[in-house]
Design a protein around this ligand. Sequence first.
Ligand SMILES: Nc1nc(=O)c2c([nH]1)NC[C@@H]1CN(c3ccc(C(=O)N[C@@H](CCC(=O)O)C(=O)O)cc3)CN21
Ligand SMILES: CC(C)C(=O)C(=O)O
Length: 275
Amino acid sequence: MSTPPRQKRFTPADIGALKGVRPIVSLTAYTTPVARIMDNHCDLLLVGDSLGMVLYGLDTTVGVTMEMMIAHGQAVMRGAKRACVIVDLPFGSYQESKEQAFRNAVRLMKETGCDGVKLEGGAEMAETVEFLVSRGVPVFGHIGLMPQQVNTSGGYRSKGHSEAEQDKIRRDAKAIDEAGAFAMVIEGTVEPLAREITTTVKSATIGIGASPACDGQILVSDDMLGLFNEFKPRFVKHFAELANVIDKAVSDYAEEVKARTFPGPEHTFQVRPKK
Ligand SMILES: Nc1nc(=O)c2c([nH]1)NC[C@@H]1CN(c3ccc(C(=O)N[C@@H](CCC(=O)O)C(=O)O)cc3)CN21
Ligand SMILES: CC(C)C(=O)C(=O)O
């Protein structure tokens, strides 16, 4: 008896192996129905802590909790059949020690079934990345603009406009690459630096505001869908205008309710005739 081929999700190793082969397609995902759609087109889905801003209305990602990441990680896992799913470690869940990072990374993996975790940081996090990877936790790094450091870095500003900043990012990339991250997000930095890092590191570079030179690209899904309009970073392109679509639908609904044209006869139950 032959067993039917099982649809398997991309592993972190599969993602890393795409470097130099073809561009890696990734987006953030937070819910089951949207993950189902994205799963048809993306290699990697990131349950990003940006959910605090785009789903919960927080001003920054600092207030995001483990419980929020677990709930949305579980939702995305129910919708993803082939994409690699990575869940963000939220602010405060890994910076204290490598042991704390391991404990929370394992909790994310056990409670959601995800394929690995993402954490922000460069040289200062290299020891933690090495600790996790050597103990079975695939790590997606994140360097350049690090949103969880918004309160010490002077806001959401692109990085690498001075030699000193470029040197720091270069060292950060090297440190987490050598620590064993299978891939790294490079966020908000200048093109020549992103290109140089991409050609020097072993891990796959996934850019957001880091030029087309990276091994792949990621965007916050609510940004590219035109659903989040509180601010629009230079690196965002709207591939749809869903906020306008929703506004029109709700406005039409309100008009029909007021005019009593909705619900119509086809939406209304009548008593079934007796047989
Ligand atoms: N919806 C959303 N999209 C994101 O890309 C995102 C989040 N939320 N939340 C977490 C972080 C915050 N990010 C941000 C937020 C704002 C800018 C921004 O407005 N940047 C300006 C100024 C750049 C500069 O001064 O150098 C820009 O024009 O891009 C960039 C990244 C990226 N991440
Ligand atoms: C913007 C992406 C890379 C991210 O870190 C997030 O969604 O939190």
